[in-house]
Design a protein around this ligand. Structure first.
Ligand SMILES: [Zn+2]
Length: 167
């Protein structure tokens, strides 16, 4: 999935900001996003293992995330040392999409956890229906028939949680 440009391999994260946003807690995502947005992710480098950077928080942390799965990462902060996905890894994951694959940089603007009913009752317009159908069709891309071994099935469920697809 890495792109080649002028005979140089460009390392491309296999995840989008959308993937990150739907797989982590909203609060954690916002903390990571803020670090990224405040320019706290510095000296980003990429190799076959993934992406590496220094993320400044209370201290400067040395952070790495895997090229295909940002949740497989390393950070020398308190949480990272316990093998818990921390805001520094999330910040780095977001920064790598921004740097190496900006076309996958799209945020979900409406909150996923706090959807509230407006209280209004009305019929939806034709345009809204078309938009909803389009969204559903897009969602269907993530659903796929499967009759393989169960170990793969569980891995598949995992990719569903991340909004990915079984390759
Ligand atoms: Zn950390």
């Amino acid at each position: 999935m890495n792109k080649k440009f002028n005979n140089k391999i460009i390392f491309c994260p296999h995840f989008s900001v959308f993937n990150i946003q739907i797989s982590v807690d909203e609060q954690e995502f916002n903390k990571g996003y803020k670090l990224f947005n405040d320019g706290k992710v510095k000296k980003i480098t990429a190799d076959f293992d993934g992406f590496h950077a220094i993320v400044s928080g209370t201290h400067d942390y040395s952070v790495s995330v895997n090229i295909s799965d940002f949740e497989r990462g390393v950070c020398n902060c308190y949480l990272g040392q316990k093998n818990i996905l921390c805001k520094h890894m999330i910040a780095l994951a977001i920064a790598t999409v921004s740097k190496y694959n900006p076309e996958n940089f799209k945020l979900i603007m409406s909150s996923l956890d706090h959807t509230v009913c407006s209280g209004q009752i009305r019929e939806i317009t034709k345009e809204e229906l078309t938009a909803i159908k389009k969204e559903l069709q897009h969602g269907l891309l993530y659903i796929k028939y499967y009759d393989g071994p169960s170990s793969k099935w569980f891995a598949y469920q995992d990719t569903l949680l991340k909004g990915g697809r079984l390759m």
